[in-house]
Write a protein that binds this ligand. Structure first.
Ligand code: NAD
Ligand code: IPM
Ligand code: MN
Length: 354
């Protein structure tokens, strides 16, 4: 097949990990007889520097007509002045909103060879297979913000429709897996969470009676996720809770550098594929970032946007083979021998070619 893929490398380690995923997609195209055309555009800090805004119109237009979007990461100290009016992160939020990408899928599957990188006991990690479905275009991220000299506020609001559609994504996903949804909220305190819980219960009862639904408060969820991660199948939650819980969940896999994501909207909408981690300013430019999360994101792109399941599985198998062979970047090596970003990428490419 032919696919037009927009690449948004962004800032910090973004360009390093995006280059790794591009090399993988190129190799997939070669091996499976596809043509992928990559068009690079600016987002985030680099877009502020070059265009004066974090999401230039030319970037958004290119994304609207693409088959899929691969994104590195945005942000960094250069653009993080607390009083700055323009921020790289605004570009990311704006593109998610503009493209209607309300469901962010974040799978967490600790790999047996990398269990040593996790601070959690290995026996708790065996068999863990969770997907967090994070609501991505609503909640406190997008509510009205105010700031005066002595106070500030961020409004959190959700409509029934916003909750229904992401819950349906989670329930449908659970049907293809172990048939269990855990809906996470703070219904003991927040009105938005009480609405969330009502809607989740109704959608479950009326539309997905075959799927088991449980409700869990977010604070205890943060604890259970580490204490008994095997219990969970699909976890669905609002925007900010999902952001925080997935960085926590990355410790089950051993590193932020292992968790991919897919941001999806209505069927037919273009998707964004990106690692869940950020621009990692502390290691940017050193060639030591873990590229696997972005490579796994490229696999999700092949599966969800291009419908290329065999190719997606081949990419995942190639990363698993690299992990099995102990090809670890520093974040996974636990002080042992570590490879560079290009070396880790090359190991994946080698497995893909065979
Ligand atoms: P971060 O995810 O960038 O880094 C957290 C820690 O994890 C750092 O120690 C970093 O070195 C490490 N890490 C992250 N990815 C790694 C990888 N692939 N390989 C090895 N180590 C990795 O989070 P932060 O430091 O809180 O944020 C830095 C900047 O990134 C901020 O400007 C933030 O807004 C931005 N950010 C962007 C995104 C995104 O673009 N989607 C996501 C999160 C944070
Ligand atoms: C993520 C990031 C973003 C978020 C930031 C950079 C806006 O942390 O993709 O998880 O909070 O959504
Ligand atoms: Mn995050």
């Amino acid at each position: 097949m032919h696919a037009e893929i927009v690449v948004l490398p962004g800032d910090g380690i973004g360009p390093e990990v995006a280059a790794a995923a591009l090399a993988v997609l190129d190799t997939v195209a070669e091996r499976f007889g596809h043509t992928f055309r990559f068009t690079e555009h600016d987002i985030g800090g680099i877009a502020i520097d070059r265009h004066g805004e974090p999401l230039p119109a030319v970037t958004l237009e290119a994304c609207r007509t693409a088959h899929a979007i691969l994104l590195g990461a945005v942000g960094g100290p250069k653009w993080s002045d607390p009083n700055a009016t323009v921020r790289p992160e605004q570009g990311l939020l704006a593109i998610r909103k503009a493209l209607g990408l309300y469901a962010n899928l974040r799978p967490v599957r600790p790999h047996p060879a990398a269990l040593g990188a996790s601070p959690i006991k290995a026996e708790l990690l065996e068999g863990v297979d969770v997907v967090v479905v994070r609501e991505l275009t609503g909640g406190i991220y997008f509510g009205e913000k105010t700031r005066t000299a002595d106070s500030a506020s961020d409004l959190c609001s959700y409509s029934v429709g916003e909750i229904e559609r992401v819950l349906r994504t989670a329930f449908r996903l659970a049907r293809t897996r172990r048939g269990k949804v855990t809906s996470v909220d703070k219904a003991n305190v927040l009105e938005t969470s009480r609405l969330w819980r009502d809607v989740a219960a109704r959608i479950g009862r009326e539309e997905f009676p075959d799927v088991a639904l449980e409700h869990q408060l977010v604070d205890s969820m943060a604890m259970h996720l580490l204490a008994k991660p095997r219990e969970y199948d699909v976890i669905v939650t609002e925007n900010m809770f999902g952001d925080i819980l997935t960085d926590e969940a990355s410790m089950l896999a051993g590193s932020l550098g292992l968790l991919p994501s897919a941001s999806l909207g209505e069927p037919g909408a273009v998707g964004i594929y990106e690692p869940i981690h950020g621009s990692a300013p502390d290691i940017a430019g050193k060639g030591i970032a873990n590229p696997y999360a972005t490579i796994f994101s490229a696999a999700m792109l092949l599966r969800h946007s291009l419908g290329l399941e065999a190719e997606a599985a081949a990419v995942e198998a190639a990363v698993h083979a690299a992990l099995d062979a102990g090809v670890f970047t520093a974040d996974l090596a636990a002080g042992g021998a570590a490879v560079s970003t290009p070396q880790a990428t090359e190991a994946v490419l080698a497995h893909l070619r065979t």
